[in-house]
Design a protein around this ligand. Structure first.
Ligand SMILES: [Zn+2]
Ligand SMILES: [Zn+2]
Length: 94
């Protein structure tokens, strides 16, 4: 009889599927568990050298590619910098 072996195989496949669900569910429910991966150029302007943090999810391995609140804040601060499009080396008050 191969019925029992088939049942074990089916049960193991089911457990594997459940484990995948359990691993992925927290990300869908409570968000990814981001860990710092490094930095990337913010790219907010042609001469921009802002660095934004990039994170990777510890659970599912997803990457935010710099799509996070910290990066938004860095880009916003860069745009609001009064020197943003007036970078004249001789223009500094001494
Ligand atoms: Zn995740
Ligand atoms: Zn910038």
């Amino acid at each position: 009889m191969s019925g029992l072996a088939d049942e074990i195989e089916a049960a193991e496949a089911h457990v594997a599927a459940l484990k995948r669900c359990a691993a992925a569910a927290p990300c869908a429910e409570v968000g990814h568990d981001w860990v710092p991966l490094g930095g990337a150029n913010a790219g907010c302007g042609p001469d921009c050298c802002c660095s934004i943090p990039v994170h990777e999810c510890r659970r599912c391995g997803d990457c935010d590619y710099g799509d996070n609140d910290e990066a938004i804040e860095i880009i916003r601060a860069c745009r609001e910098d009064p020197d943003w499009d007036a970078v004249e080396p001789d223009d500094k008050p001494s």
